[in-house]
Design a protein around this ligand. Sequence first.
Ligand code: F6R
Length: 609
Amino acid sequence: MCGIVGAVAQREVSAILLEGLRRLEYRGYDSAGMSVISPQSGLASRKAVGKVSALASALEASPLPGTTGIAHTRWATHGQPSERNAHPHLSGDIALVHNGIIENHAALRERLEGLGYRFASETDTETIVHLIHHYYQQQRDLLGAVKHAVTDLEGAYGLAVINAEQPDRLVCARKGSPLVIGIGIGENFIASDHLALRQVTDRFAYLEEGDIAEVAPGHFRVWNADDEPVVRDVNQIDTAAESADKGQYRHFMLKEIYEQPSVIRRSLAGRLGSRKVLTEALGAKAGEILKNIENVQIVACGTSYHAGMVAKYWIEGFAGVPCRVEVASEFRYRKFKVQQNTLLVTISQSGETADTLAALRLAQTLDYAATLAICNVNQSSLVRESDLFLMTEAGPEIGVASTKAFTTQLVALILLTVAIGRYHDLDEAEEEAIVKSLHALPDLITETLSLDDDIKKMSNAFAEKHHALFLGRGVQWPVAMEGALKLKEISYIHAESYPAGELKHGPLALVDSDMPVIAVAPNDELLEKLKSNLQEVQARGGQLFVFADKAAGFEESPGLDIIAVPHVDEIIAPLIYTIPLQLLSYHVAILKGTDVDQPRNLAKSVTVE
Ligand code: F6R
């Protein structure tokens, strides 16, 4: 989704801003722009539709000299992708970039037009810059004007503003959309994600909800939502933990699929004893809170929601605790009753997903016993605002399609299942068996990754298809859902998933020789039932592709392709069966020639609802 970078330095900043935008490209966007203040010629901007490379060409043709600047990648919400809608937006000598959505933009536009402002774009953002300009005319102070303007805004924003009349500073503000200050020596930066600034600094101060900051080359000052001066902690980022390049791989997605054994090892490190899960890893307060939990409510979006769906089977099946799961965009707008002693669990790779954050904030106004975030980003809003957190330790996930974040979320959810189950139905022997399975997991994933060549061959059967159906039963149904989501988002093939038992209640009508049907079939108690469902498909000429346990007794026949998956324990089967589905969607996308790491219309971090 949209990205912001800003710099106030004593050297030229346009190359720094451009590199920052490149580092944010993975988040998804459809246009880019930059404004820089030059002491000689004042404020100037360049914009381009499409990739950051198009903006780079525009800058090469017509450079932007200057030591203070802001830049942006825009993911269109109000108004189509175009140069005039791209940020920065201008009002007189003031330029502004914005992430988020201003909900009262129509009323503000009317008011500003009444004051004589003429709008150059269709965006909600342009109202903010005119509003700031309006207040600036009254007080000639950019900081004061921004502080005044944000009180008129309804909605979400992370914003950064520069003013040619005060060229030595930048003002930024956050509410509902993250911003971080990158601290240099004699220069400072801001960005919507610290990754954008890793080329210039490893020291960061994260702004909190409602903060406004004034950033100058030698210092920065922050005021909180009550306009009190505050000091935000400076964090030093561990360079070794962050490697955001593709290495030997053609795409980030493939790299991230192959990283799964090592990141799962990392996410288990320090959390597993030889026979027990070390629940202290959930934080000092965890034991005290979890022992009273009688219900679990999981809220998440997309792939993270699928992780929650898997966890429901574990939390009810192993821990014996009732568990509900809901997509955040529904949960936050629905009336419901909170069961007694319910733990609210949010799951999010980014920790900045607008709907998931809103769900957490809603829950904090209700009668939940506690909130727990399962998240991949340390300083994210979700982590900072939850009572407990369990980091997934997947490292930066750059491919828009989530892979290693999903499997590490599943690992965290197994740990949570044990931590809660201990106070309910899970006995010591069962815990010991789960711990044993978890110790074996990284190597079993490596073994499963060795199926890659066979899966690549299988992918040829999908390249010309327009639809695909994914089937699973029990805990493998959400795995099938995740497989369908991966295929549709990176290959643009329409894919649906069903619990296999539902086939004959409708979707069977879709099955013919043009409809590949993919099934995940571990050797579990539902195997025989799944086999009957698959026979229904074969009998109707459907082409079946089954990822089956070696011992499941499937045999290849015309219309039935089998890939044998290692035999694994029940609890880790969802992680193992996810791997071939990730590889399948990757290879199909390669054959279709799509943009694997940045699929069209999608964003890595969905910070607007
Ligand atoms: C799909 C995908 C999305 C995200 C969803 C939630 O591959 O990545 O469906 O899972 O946008 O994002 P997070 O987990 O950051 O809250």
